[in-house]
Ligand binder design. Sequence first.
Ligand code: NAP
Ligand code: ZN
Length: 361
Amino acid sequence: MATQTNEYPTKAYGATAPDSGVGPMAITRRGLRDDDVLIEISHCGICHSDLHSARNDWGFTTYPIVPGHEIVGIVSAVGSGVTRHTVGDRVAIGCMVDSCMECSHCDADFEQYCLDGGMTGTYNGKDRRDGSLTFGGYSERIVCREEFVLKVPDGMPMAEAAPLLCAGITSYSPLRTWKVGPGSKVAVAGLGGLGHMGVKLAAAMGAEVTVLSRSESKRADAEKLGAHAFLNTDDAAAMKAKRGYFDMVLNTIPVRHDVVPYLHLLRIDGVQVLVGLIGMMPELHTGVLLGRKVLTGSGIGGLAETQEMLDFCAAHNILPDIEVIAMQDIQTAYDRMEASDIKYRFVIDMESLRAEPAVAT
Ligand code: NAP
Ligand code: ZN
């Protein structure tokens, strides 16, 4: 595989240790391989996983880390063998930048569950060809294998498109997998980035949607986002009244917590999908699964499904509610995200990074 020798010095924001915070950093993007696309990033959404990773909450962060996996931008150069994208295209990258593309999972369009070493994460991953660390979207530009670059639908605003690449697909995929549609009763636990997309998408698919939240202040918002009901999870009587009611609980809560109260809400054969990455669960008595309750997880979505989700959002005019910030405000955004003070996704305008002087390598 030929490689162009010219690399791209690139301004970025990243962390160097769990307690370093996220600050200016100089990185280098590789010269283009035959199948690579160079993208000038216009916006990058901020996912709770960025925060988990920057602080090494999961114990597998390799430093330095440049977070960001809700990336949109414009193609500015392509490798000699690229056929899918041309200079000037509006494109996007989500949580993965590569996989083996040969195993049975990749063959079945589940690249995120690649059997050969797992998907290559957009950040905190290892490039499959040269072993270098992958760096994410808190940066001016990125180089990525063409198959992992998706199309932003015509007319979709770039800033709003960004969160679809993780928050959007992570909510969309389980709704599709468990065939949510008219007549389905869906509850979304945690009204944050993923949760608010879950509400919008499930409502667009025709489901009756209930928000499960600890934040009474979000009751009015839930309805504006398209939910039909709001259930305060601290209200024991209200929770009891809905036992056995839902077909699905989409659980987006990002911290270790007891999932049993949410299992009680399910009808027979109902499913609770944990998309929040909460580490070890508290002990669970298997008796609560009787009644054929399904407790499962779901990881983002494959490439084809992610493009399908983008096109579905374009067709149904579904966009996240965002707050655009400057790169320099990342720490405040993390603090607010941790305090659940978020409506409902922060998106970084990368012009703010371009305007900053470069730091020494
Ligand atoms: P977020 O924007 O911070 O939203 C999480 C929401 O959960 C909060 O707004 C809050 O909603 C609720 N919450 C927060 N702390 C809580 C607590 N201590 N107890 C109960 N509820 C709490 O986060 P996000 O970006 O949506 O991400 C959610 C989780 O999904 C994270 O763990 C992230 O790493 C994970 N994730 C997984 C995948 C995947 O592929 N499976 C992909 C992306 C992200 P209320 O105020 O309404 O209670
Ligand atoms: Zn994410």
